[in-house]
Design a protein around this ligand. Structure first.
Ligand SMILES: [Zn+2]
Length: 99
């Protein structure tokens, strides 16, 4: 086995929408090696995704987090609060200080 491994019928294994979904994890360093390669392959051929990634990177460096951009800081803080209550315990915050 392992002769003609690469099938050329699929020029774009990753559509833009999937690429965008991978980006925040990619910038977070949370993406698996395989997905990273898939994303980088797509970025190599897709200029609009490269532009989007740069904007995302900039947004993250300014805000310090990779949250959804339609989520306002206040809403995010509220969500974190809800999470703490949900998990219960006064020391619940100590186990993920780096969120
Ligand atoms: Zn794209």
């Amino acid at each position: 086995m392992g002769g003609a491994a690469i099938v050329k019928l699929r020029p774009s294994p990753l559509v833009c929408r999937q690429a965008v979904e991978l980006m925040s994890d990619y910038l977070d360093g949370a993406l698996s090696g395989r997905d990273t390669r898939r994303l980088e392959k797509h970025l190599a051929v897709c200029e609009s995704c490269r532009t989007y990634l740069e904007q995302l990177r900039l947004t993250i460096s300014l805000s310090g987090s990779a949250g959804p951009d339609d989520l306002e800081p206040a809403a995010l803080a509220e969500l974190v609060d809800v999470f703490r209550k949900f998990r219960g315990g006064p020391d619940a915050s100590s186990e993920n200080d780096h969120a």
